[in-house]
Design a protein around this ligand. Sequence first.
Ligand SMILES: [Zn+2]
Length: 46
Amino acid sequence: MMGLCLRCGKLVCEGKKDFACSDRACRFVMWKNDRFFEQRGKVLTA
Ligand SMILES: [Zn+2]
């Protein structure tokens, strides 16, 4: 699951626990156990 950064529009890379912006200067991170996913009825666990 990949997407674009909500902050700068660059590619977001999937990590073990989160999705982080490929631009390190941006530092945008979206946690997988965030409300963002809960609201969509998804539970992402190992
Ligand atoms: Zn970004």
